[in-house]
Write a protein that binds this ligand. Structure first.
Ligand SMILES: [Zn+2]
Length: 511
């Protein structure tokens, strides 16, 4: 935007001379007369695009405004122009005499200089910037919602211009009228997201204040599947300390190793298929499966574990044993039903990375089966997919995750999307048990609500050290849950240290 304004400014200054103009909007009839007598010069003060709103029709984008001054340089305008642009620039403008545009710091309306408030797309203060996405040089959406709804947002695009009457040399004619051309510039049309601005603010602040340099936090309303907040770091306006960290990636849509945040899903499936939560296994810290030795964190021997203790201690060997108690092929099909290894859509044109599941033949190998039990091996999933899993654990129901609330017409009226019908996938008895188990697990991690930590090996090495994905995934409150919340650190130390505090801070601030 800024470059275009500077380009316009330069072009106009080179091309045109200057005389006087007076501030007076004219009707079509008068304009026709002006055109008959003179040449005209049109300067575009700003362009607009459809609005992106939150669920309460608060605009998310554009998020900022900039003042642009349109000036007809003349002696009488010099005092105002000097105050606005500085003495030297004002003198240059007067010398060239051409109508021109420049950024202004304050509002002005005189017969010779007038400022206009122009919306700025994706300003530094934009909420949900990673979800909203980016525009290319042609003002077309190149990422996120801007891309997914490009056609609709362009349909509501507009422009604000000023037409000056000029002589053959391009100089503003003294005493001639200027006209403001408003072509749909302030249309209210656009798209409404399910994001709640207040929750988004809380989520972004919690993430910014945390030790997570690269990661995300997402919130879902468990009754509807609607995403209420989706935040990533690094933020757009942060100079990343590490150049390998991309500020333009919406981490919530990426696919990652999930590790132990997957264990509760196996626990729920086992409960659903007749395994009791009292089922126990004595952990010695390691177990031999085929040629591979699996271990708990630090080879710690957890001793006799029930399902509750195994979740609290994140005991790998317990879940390896639990996987042997169930039909792993049926569990794999269940995961497929939940959306794993499919590109989950958040709306038309915006998808999560599909991630991956082991194939049924992989699970014939005892080592692969063991890895799958504690969320490692071939399993990759997005934070949004995990939200969907924790919605299920919280309620027994699943609805497709969505960010689309509806479309908004040019008058600002919301046409709401038809909500998805929830599908029951877990019995209520299983849900009640999972609520209690995950409340104990969250307490063990030192946080509120219900949930599970995760620290997953990624197979990616940096400085000869393996990058760990650390997580906290859960819901809040533990009883009668309202929100599922997932926190990811792309390169962390432990889920309890990195992510559980962010989960707690967000949950305590939720309405
Ligand atoms: Zn153990």
């Amino acid at each position: 935007m800024e470059k275009r304004i500077i380009a316009l400014f330069s072009a106009v200054c080179i091309l045109l001379g200057a005389l006087l103009w007076r501030t007076m909007d004219v009707g079509q009839k008068q304009e026709t007369q002006v055109l008959q007598r003179t040449n005209t010069r049109v300067l575009t003060v700003g362009t607009s695009r459809g609005v992106i709103y939150d669920r309460n029709l608060q605009p998310l984008a554009p998020s900022d405004e900039r003042l642009i001054a349109a000036a007809a340089p003349c002696e009488a305008a010099m005092q105002t122009m000097t105050a606005l642009f500085g003495k030297d620039a004002a003198k240059q403008m007067l010398l060239r005499g051409a109508p021109c545009l420049a950024k202004a710091a304050q509002q002005v309306e005189t017969p010779f200089v007038r400022t206009f408030s122009v919306p700025v797309r994706r300003g530094d203060s934009a909420l949900a910037a990673h979800l909203i996405g980016t525009l290319d040089g042609e003002n077309h959406g190149s990422g996120g919602i801007e891309k997914a709804f490009d056609a609709l947002l362009r349909r509501y695009s507009g422009s604000l211009s000023v037409r000056f009457s000029v002589d053959a040399a391009g100089r503003v004619l003294p005493g001639e009228a200027k006209e403001i051309l408003d072509a749909n510039f302030n249309s209210k049309g656009g798209v409404a997201l399910t994001i709640d601005s207040e929750m988004q603010r809380v989520t972004e602040a919690a993430l910014q204040n945390s030790r997570i340099q690269s990661g995300c936090a997402v919130i879902m309303d468990v009754q509807t599947g609607e995403i209420r907040a989706m935040a990533s770091v690094p933020s757009f306006d942060t100079e990343a300390a590490n150049p390998s960290l991309s500020p333009f990636t919406n981490k919530a849509l990426g696919a990652y190793s999930v590790g132990s945040v997957f264990k509760p899903l196996l626990a729920a499936f086992a409960l659903e298929h007749g395994v009791k939560r009292s089922f126990s296994y004595t952990c010695t810290g390691t177990c031999q499966i085929g040629e591979t030795q699996f271990q708990c964190f630090g080879k710690k021997a957890h001793g006799k574990q029930t399902m509750k203790e195994a979740l609290e201690n994140s005991c790998n060997t317990y879940f390896i044993r639990l996987m042997q108690k169930i039909d792993e092929t049926a569990f794999l099909s269940f995961c497929e039903t939940l959306g794993f290894s499919r590109p989950l859509p958040l709306c038309d044109g915006l998808f999560c990375s599909k991630g991956s599941l082991p194939a049924a033949r992989d699970l014939l190998l005892p080592g692969e089966r063991a890895n799958f039990a504690f969320g490692q091996g071939r399993l990759l999933a997005s934070p949004v997919q995990l939200l969907s899993v924790y919605q299920l654990l919280a309620t027994g129901l699943q609805t497709p995750p969505t960010v689309l609330c509806g479309t908004v017409d040019e008058h600002g009226a919301l046409q709401r999307e038809t909500p998805f019908a929830p599908v029951r996938r877990l019995k209520e008895t299983t849900v009640r048990q999972m609520q209690a188990l995950l409340a104990a697990s969250a307490k063990a991690a030192g946080t509120v609500g219900a949930g599970k930590t995760g620290t997953a090996q990624s197979g990616i090495f940096a400085d000869e050290k393996e990058v760990c994905r650390t997580w906290f995934a859960g819901f809040f409150p533990a009883k009668m849950p309202r929100y599922a919340v997932v926190i990811l650190n792309e390169n962390g130390v432990s889920g309890a240290a990195d992510c559980a505090p962010v989960f707690g801070e967000i949950c305590r601030a939720l309405p």
